[in-house]
Ligand binder design. Structure first.
Ligand SMILES: [Zn+2]
Length: 282
C-alpha cells in the first residue's frame, strides 16, 4: 500500500493537519474543473465517482475520462469509488485502476457489514488498492444510494468495525447528511475527536452546506477527507439553467466554458478552506 495514491494524499493531509477534498464528478467537464481548482491552489485532490456513474459509462470508459483530466496535472489526484453496495462492482473498479473503493454495507448489522467490507478489503489490498468503509448510517440520498433514517454508531462499534473490516479510512455517522441540509445539523464532535486520536483517517460525508467554521473544527479534530458532491451537481445544473434562460448565444463551447468556470470556482473555494489556505469561502 506504500505507493497507493489515496493513502499518499491522506497521509500528506494528516502530516499537515489539513483535509483533502474528495470531489464527486460525473463527466470530463466536472473532473477537469476539480483538477484545475486543485492545481490553482497547488493542493492534492481525490476525485470520486458514484457507483451509478460507473454503471452509466462502464468502468473502463469512466476511468479513461477521469484519467485524461488528472494526467500531467502536476499535483497528486487519487481516483476513488464512492458508496458502493455491490461487491462485484467494487472489485471491478479495483481491477480497472481505481486507487481506492468505498464499500457501503452500513445498512446491514455490524457483523455482516464487517464481513462484506472485509471481503473487498482483502481483494483490494492484494492489488495495492485502498478501501473506505462506513459504520452507522449517514442520512440522505447520494445518486441511487438512499438512507431514509440516520443511525449513529458509537466509538466502540466504530473501532470494532475498523479492526474487523481492515479499512484504510473510516466514514462514521456523525450527523452530516447527503443532499441539501434543512436547518443547521448537530454534529458529533466528541466522536470525531476520539476517533481522531486513532491512526485510521476520518472521512466526512455530506460536506455540501456545512459552514467553514464547521469544516475547520472537524479538520482540527482529525477529519482528513471531506466529500463534496451536491455542490458540484447543483452548480453544474443551475449554471446551465441560467445560461439557457439568459438569452446568450445558444452555443455549446461558450456554455461549457461558463459551466466549467462556475464549477471550478465553487470547488476551489472549498479546497482552500480544507487546506488551510482560506478562513472562509470566497
Ligand atoms: Zn457519502
Amino acid at each position: 500500500m506504500k505507493d497507493n495514491l489515496f493513502m499518499k494524499v491522506l497521509n500528506d493531509a494528516a502530516e499537515k493537519k489539513i483535509a483533502v477534498g474528495a470531489i464527486n464528478t460525473f463527466d470530463y467537464l466536472t473532473s477537469d474543473s476539480a483538477v484545475n481548482a486543485a492545481k490553482e491552489l497547488g493542493v492534492n485532490l481525490i476525485i470520486q465517482t458514484s457507483a451509478a456513474t460507473v454503471e452509466h459509462f462502464g468502468a473502463k470508459k469512466l476511468y479513461d475520462i477521469v484519467d485524461a483530466a488528472r494526467r500531467d496535472a502536476g499535483i497528486t489526484v487519487a481516483l476513488h469509488l464512492d458508496h458502493c453496495r455491490k461487491t462485484e462492482l467494487g472489485k471491478l473498479c479495483v481491477d480497472t485502476g481505481w486507487d481506492a473503493v468505498m464499500m457501503d454495507f452500513s445498512k446491514l448489522p455490524l457483523a455482516e457489514n464487517i464481513a462484506k467490507t472485509r471481503e473487498v478489503a482483502d481483494y483490494a489490498h492484494a492489488k495495492g488498492v485502498a478501501i473506505e468503509g462506513e459504520v452507522g448510517v449517514i442520512f440522505g440520498t447520494e445518486d441511487d444510494v438512499v438512507a431514509a433514517q440516520e443511525q449513529r454508531a458509537g466509538y466502540d462499534e466504530t473501532i470494532e468495525f475498523i479492526q474487523g473490516s481492515g479499512v484504510d479510512a473510516i466514514a462514521p455517522a456523525i450527523g452530516t447528511a447527503h443532499g441539501v441540509y434543512k436547518g443547521v445539523p448537530t454534529l458529533d464532535y466528541d466522536l470525531v475527536e476520539r476517533l481522531g486520536k486513532e491512526p485510521t483517517p476520518i472521512v466526512i460525508h455530506g460536506g455540501t452546506g456545512l459552514s467553514a467554521e464547521q469544516f475547520k473544527r472537524l479538520i482540527s479534530l482529525g477529519g482528513r477527507k471531506i466529500n463534496i458532491s451536491t455542490l458540484v451537481k447543483n452548480t453544474y445544473l443551475d449554471t446551465i439553467k441560467a445560461l439557457v434562460q439568459s438569452g446568450e448565444k445558444y452555443a455549446p463551447i461558450p456554455f461549457n466554458q461558463k459551466v466549467q468556470d462556475a464549477v471550478t470556482a465553487a470547488i476551489k473555494s472549498h479546497l482552500a478552506v480544507f487546506s488551510g489556505l482560506a478562513e472562509d469561502f470566497e
